[in-house]
Design a protein around this ligand. Structure first.
Ligand code: B12
Length: 302
């Protein structure tokens, strides 16, 4: 099976798991009812591949390693982009590669039907990543791949074709490490595995409307997304380096957005995942930084 995907740019690892549904709908429902952010409504389509693709026989879970952070000094007042938005949009890269894999499978057996999802879709992707056994769900909430680390984006391709399953028997865990919990500026991570994303810096950097003073403090120097819980994670030390992208953008200043029309903004930044919310939100976040231009910077010693 590896021959079908190893040359595809957006797939650094891929596992095939069975279509059995995940048993975490009550947790997804609890979250949706108490602290929803951008997750879809918590129905059976979130946990059951057979709902999104009747007759589903195999679930292919793809892992794309994002550019991995090196500490970047920023000019005063600049806003920091998280690694998920440094390079080309992972949605595009993973979708294109999974689409090509689908075409190769169709060439082998044209009777197959498919459902493809990268981020914006019903399936709870981390749950299927966990099912592969190729890593574990960390206390940060992030799926930590045992070879690629936590800076991995996920993509899912469901199919009615019966493909050889290759779930790993890995037993990975965070043990008693809780660096992410201590470092999270929003205090949204908890030792019992629960996460309250409404005070997550990543969420606040994407949340529309005016932020409260407390939320602005949590936002700190984040223009889009946040890597702090991954930055401090020891599981990201010594991992394989698969992403060789060069054209990386780490931060943006207000003057970079001055006089930019939305059209021009999309031309310049539209190929990066952080631009999905548009220029207005980037200007809002930079405005808060200029007002605050003090606390909230990550302490590189942590
Ligand atoms: C909504 C969303 C967000 C929201 C909410 C995050 C969240 N944890 O739910 C916000 C905007 C905050 C967000 C931020 C980020 N996201 Co996001 N996000 C999603 C999305 C669309 C849905 C996630 C979802 O369904 N959450 C539902 C909750 C319940 O799941 P959960 O928090 O993981 O909860 C689990 C545990 O925490 C625990 N738990 C939680 N609550 C409770 C309560 C109880 C009682 C118990 C027992 C357990 C428990 O059990 C849950 C199930 O295992 C997925 C794509 C998808 N379709 O799945 C991408 C996705 C999870 N995001 C992704 C990424 C990369 C990020 C960021 C790293 C981006 C950045 N650098 O800023 C941050 C990381 C924040 C974090 N530490 O989780 C990747 C994750 C890849 C990976 N390696 O894990 C995904 C898979 C997108 C992709 N296709 O690559 N995201």
């Amino acid at each position: 099976m590896e021959v079908l995907w190893q040359d595809l740019r957006g797939i650094h690892d891929l596992k095939i798991v069975s279509p059995q549904k995940l048993d975490i709908l009550p947790i997804l429902r609890h979250r949706y009812e108490t602290a929803a952010t951008f997750e879809p409504e918590a129905g059976p389509e979130r946990v059951d591949p057979g709902v999104v693709l009747p007759g589903c026989q195999s679930v292919l879970v793809a892992f794309y390693q994002l550019p991995r952070p090196q500490w970047q000094e920023m000019p005063e007042g600049a806003g920091r982009l998280a690694s998920v938005s440094w390079g080309e949009d992972y949605h595009t890269i993973l979708r294109d590669s999974l689409r090509m894999l689908q075409e190769r499978l169709e060439a082998q057996d044209p009777t197959g039907e498919f459902f493809l999802q990268v981020d914006t879709g019903p399936l709870y992707e981390r749950g299927f990543a966990q099912k592969t056994g190729a890593g574990h769900l960390g206390k940060s909430g992030n799926f930590i791949h045992h070879r690629l680390g936590s800076y991995v984006a996920l993509g899912i391709l469901c199919t009615t074709l019966e493909l050889p399953l290759d779930e790993e028997e890995g037993h990975y865990s965070c043990g008693d490490c809780s660096r992410c919990i201590q470092a999270c500026p929003g205090g949204c991570l908890h030792e019992d595995g629960t996460m309250i994303p409404t005070s997550c810096r990543s969420f606040l950097s994407q949340k529309k409307g005016m932020l409260t003073a407390k939320e602005q403090e949590i936002l700190g120097d984040a223009l889009y997304g946040c890597d702090i819980c991954q930055w401090v994670c020891p599981k990201n030390q010594g991992v394989e380096e698969k992403n060789a992208e060069e054209d990386l953008l780490h931060w943006v200043r207000s003057q970079d957005l001055e006089g930019l029309s939305n059209k021009k903004f999309r031309e310049i930044y539209g190929h990066r995942s952080g631009a999905w919310r548009g220029a207005a939100l980037w200007r809002r976040n930079l405005g808060y930084m200029e007002e605050a231009s003090g606390p909230g910077k990550i302490n590189e010693k942590c």
